[in-house]
Design a protein around this ligand. Structure first.
Ligand SMILES: *Cc1c(COP(=O)(O)O)cnc(C)c1O
Length: 401
């Protein structure tokens, strides 16, 4: 289907609806995006109502809207409402899924070199405590994931395939749909980290064929910090052990037994921040109203433009590998360390961040990167902002040679 590009007028409108765009050139969307004003208002108003009317009373009043957040998140990733648990961040979401798996000595986990640090620590932990073996599929020479290498790594002991779709320190992408087909064919449990994907690129859990998927709110979804969610396919929910329970996750309790809820909210606990739950819902609704396919088109356009302009600057090296690239642009400046580049840009009201080696350890070590500069674009960024950043970097480089 033909995608209607975001018009100049729409982009201006969307910028008007985001206070921060008037103050800063924000290229740290892979860290935390600027939220739309409506998201901030939703959270602030809710907190105020709690203060005036009481927390329980306000929750009761907003019951439908709070429940609607599950509906919206489900729609965003083409899941069922009963397959969504709202938690405070992606690491919690991922940990609930991963640590719920019943690993036995000799089981194998297959992952990729782009895996996020939280997940890598999870693997190393079960390697140490439960005798699980970790197999890492390295990217090929062009920086692409190797499907044949994945096929070759699968054995009767493979218990889990776990993949990070988009790493936090590189512009490349892992082919999660193709990997999903392999996982399905071999009936292997499949866990996807879609932290940087949701809100940037269409994510469809049925197309991916994953059993579990974790997301954070603050990045491309433009939701408040401290939000995240976990998808667990209905058929898999009973197979995961629950790490924590309360009277909400397991509402059926007698002195000789208890039974968890019949949906993914069994992976939640009762107490949470209702204001940001509503804020998450608003942010998802905002993205759905624009259309994630249109967002993705715009993000790719801006990121490619930025890569081209950066690569044309003397002394700048762009590091993104692979056939398919996203809104994360990584580079370094000759003769200047990444934190200094970040600080210089910050002095000029340009927000970028530093990609640390620890975040994507296998990839960064392999490419001899101790850090890189990460400029991550969102749809509300503009060509003019890219030009300003590139001009600032040019002047920087001239001043250090
Ligand atoms: C940011 C990030 C996470 C962790 O998200 P939190 O919400 O901070 O727990 C996980 N995976 C990837 C790829 C990330 O970029």
């Amino acid at each position: 289907m033909e995608i209607t590009p975001l018009s100049e007028q729409e982009i201006q409108q969307l910028r008007t609806e985001t206070e921060g765009t008037a103050q800063k050139i924000h290229f740290n969307n892979a860290g935390a995006s600027l939220p739309p004003d409506v998201v901030v208002e939703t959270v602030v108003n809710y907190l105020h109502e709690e203060a005036i009317n009481g927390g329980y009373e306000t929750e009761y009043k907003y019951d439908d809207q709070l429940n609607n957040t599950y509906e919206l998140v489900a729609r965003l990733i083409n899941a069922g409402k009963d397959e969504i648990a709202l938690v405070e961040n992606a690491s919690t979401a991922w940990g609930i899924a991963f640590n719920g798996i019943d690993f036995k000595p000799g089981d194998e986990i297959i992952t990729c070199e782009m895996e996020y640090v939280t997940n890598l620590i999870g693997f190393l932990n079960v390697q140490k405590t439960r005798g699980v073996t970790l197999k890492i599929i390295p990217n090929d020479d062009l920086g692409n994931f190797s499907l044949p290498a994945l096929e070759a790594a699968i054995s009767p002991n493979t218990k889990l395939i776990a993949m990070t779709h988009i790493s936090s320190t590189a512009g490349g992408m892992i082919p999660i749909v193709e990997i999903g087909k392999v996982a399905r064919k071999h009936h292997i449990l499949y866990l996807v980290d879609a932290c940087q994907s949701a809100g940037q690129i269409p994510v469809d859990v049925k197309e991916i064929g994953c059993d579990m998927l974790s997301v954070t709110g603050r990045k491309y979804l433009r939701a408040p910090r401290g939000t995240g969610f976990l998808f667990v396919r209905k058929e898999v929910q009973d197979k995961l052990q629950l790490l924590f329970m309360d009277g909400f996750s397991a509402p059926s309790v007698s002195l000789d037994n208890f039974r968890p809820r019949n949906d993914a909210r069994r992976f939640e606990l009762y107490e949470k921040n209702r204001a940001i739950t509503l804020g998450l819902g608003k942010a998802v609704e905002y993205a759905l109203n624009i259309g994630v396919d249109r967002i993705w088109q715009r993000v790719q356009y801006l990121a490619n433009l930025m890569r081209q302009q950066l690569a044309a600057i003397d002394g700048i090296t762009v590091h993104d590998f692979g056939e398919q690239q996203c809104g994360i642009v990584t580079f370094s400046v000759n003769g200047m360390d990444s934190p200094s580049v970040k600080n210089k840009l910050a002095q000029n009201h340009i927000n970028v961040s530093v990609g640390k080696a620890i975040s994507t350890l296998i990839y960064m070590d392999k490419n001899h990167l101790t850090s890189n500069v990460r400029a991550s674009v969102h749809y509300y960024n503009t060509e003019a902002e890219i030009k300003v950043m590139c001009n600032t970097l040019k002047a920087l480089h001239v001043s250090i040679v």
